[in-house]
Each structure stands twice: as structure tokens, then as C-alpha cells.
Design a protein. Structure first.
Length: 279
């Protein structure tokens, strides 16, 4: 019997999060973000077997003991986790997802550069576990996607569309996943197929610009975190919609919003529009 004057409250248990690429720049940013988030706790840290960080405490770079050792064994690293955050490379992410599927671990994927076949395989895996996959986890970038959708519909004729992106010298894929997603959002809004209308390079005598195309330009240099500008160039005016990142922290915070969103999902493939309610 419960006393009518007694009130009880329950705080949801913290979500148990594993981080892939734990010793990398983004991995460390994610570990720090998880540490500073009351409703999440670090439950696993993964890295490649060749990493010198294997066996060390995942929080050592911050000067604290997390109690979680960085591991190369995927099953050992994921055994206590509810969700994996993965910003690595396509081949690594696919291997991680296979084990996540086996163990029933959800996934937040910020990796870019997947082939069409890999994307199809991820969609199959998402029939068994819940996955949020987005080329950019930043809340601001995803709001920018929505703005681009609106702009493309309003500026559907009489405007040439060009996408310019810039990243640090270490980025290995081009154009960036974010730039490609911008192109997809715009092409979908215009009823086009990006594969048919994208132009990824111009050189020599190119002839007059085809107004149905969407152009891409790539810059690599220094420590640029990520700059993206979409230009709608008309006659007599230009509209530019831009997003510039000065820190990876915004990617980490968006990832944690995705982790919370997955708490209510059993299976399915979602993106940040679902997480942010932008559908």
C-alpha cells in the first residue's frame, strides 16, 4: 500500500553509448560530449587494432578515468552498449553495423562516402535495428537543408545552382557528404535526379552552362572544419545560403540528440530530419 502523501519520481536511466574511432578527433569530441551529458554514459570505445590507444582508458586525454578501455574487439567493445556513434570510414562502419545487428545495438552514423551498395545494405540492417544516418549531424546544417528545399522550390526557374564546400587537408572524400546531401535536397525539390544533373568539375572549353545542372566545387586546406555555400545565381541578383562550422562540437551535440531519439525506436532507418521534426 502506498501512502497518498508520498510521491515517487523516476529518472530514466542514462543511455549507454559506445564511440567508434575513439582516439580520433571526432571520437574524442564525442567522448567529451558524452561525459558532459547527464542522460548518457560512455559504455564502450572502439578503434582499429593498430591504434596505439588500444587498451588505454578512453577518458585519459581529458585527464579522467572513464573505466572504459579502448578496444579493437567489436563484440567486447559493444557488449554493454545500447547505441554506437560512428564517424569513421565506410568499410569500418559496415563491419561495426554487422556486429550491432548481431547484438541488437542501435547506431548513429555520421560516416560519409558510402557506395550505393553499402547504403542498400544499411537499409537492410535497419530492418532489425534502429539507425540514424546523416552526412552531417549538426542541427544548424540540417536546418540549412530545410531552407535549401524551400529556396529551390521558390527559385526553380531562372537561377543557376552551385555548391561550394571547403574542408581541412585531411579529409579523404570529395565532394563532402554534406555537399552531396545539399545537392540531393535541391534536386529532389526540383524533381530531378542528382546523378543525372550533377557537375563535379569543369576544365577547358566547357560550352555554355546547362541550366538544369547543379555544380559542385571543392576546396581542401588547413584546418577548415567545414564550410558550405549554395549559390542561386539569377539575372540581376544572387542568393547565397551558407553554413560554416568552427568546431566539431556541434556534430557531437547533434549526435546525442539522435541517441535520445533512438530511445523510442525499435527498428528503421532515420535521418536528422526525423530527429529534429523537420519532415
Amino acid at each position: 500500500m502506498t501512502d497518498s502523501n508520498t510521491t515517487t519520481s523516476s529518472t530514466p536511466a542514462a543511455r549507454r553509448v559506445a564511440v567508434a574511432g575513439a582516439s580520433g578527433r571526432m571520437g574524442r569530441m564525442l567522448i567529451e560530449a558524452v561525459r558532459n551529458t547527464p542522460d548518457c554514459r560512455l559504455a564502450g570505445a572502439l578503434d582499429v587494432a593498430a591504434s596505439p590507444a588500444i587498451g588505454s582508458d578512453a577518458g585519459a586525454f581529458l585527464g579522467f578515468a572513464s573505466g572504459v578501455a579502448i578496444a579493437a574487439d567489436l563484440r567486447a567493445g559493444l557488449q554493454d552498449a545500447q547505441v554506437l556513434i560512428d564517424f569513421t570510414r565506410p568499410e569500418g562502419t559496415m563491419a561495426h553495423l554487422a556486429v550491432c545487428r548481431e547484438l541488437g545495438v542501435q547506431a548513429v552514423i555520421g560516416t560519409t562516402g558510402f557506395s550505393d551498395a553499402q547504403k542498400a545494405e544499411i537499409a537492410e540492417i535497419a530492418k532489425d535495428i534502429a539507425i540514424v544516418m546523416a552526412p552531417n549531424m549538426s542541427v544548424g546544417v540540417n536546418v540549412t537543408f530545410k531552407l535549401l528545399e524551400m529556396a529551390a522550390k521558390a527559385l526553380s526557374t531562372g537561377y543557376d545552382i552551385e555548391i561550394v564546400e571547403a574542408h581541412h587537408r585531411h579529409k579523404i572524400d570529395a565532394p563532402s557528404g554534406t555537399a552531396l546531401k545539399m545537392g540531393e535536397v535541391i534536386a529532389d525539390a526540383l524533381g530531378r535526379d542528382l546523378k543525372e544533373c550533377a557537375v563535379y568539375g569543369r576544365e577547358g572549353v566547357t560550352g555554355e552552362r546547362d541550366p538544369s545542372t547543379i555544380g559542385f566545387a571543392t576546396v581542401r586546406g588547413g584546418d577548415i572544419v567545414g564550410d558550405h555555400t549554395v549559390l542561386f545565381a539569377g539575372t540581376g541578383e544572387r542568393i547565397e545560403i551558407a553554413h560554416k562550422s568552427s568546431s566539431r562540437a556541434n556534430y557531437a551535440q547533434g549526435s546525442l540528440r539522435a541517441v535520445r531519439f533512438l530511445a523510442d525506436q525499435r527498428a528503421g532507418l532515420f535521418d536528422m530530419f526525423d530527429v529534429l521534426g523537420l519532415r
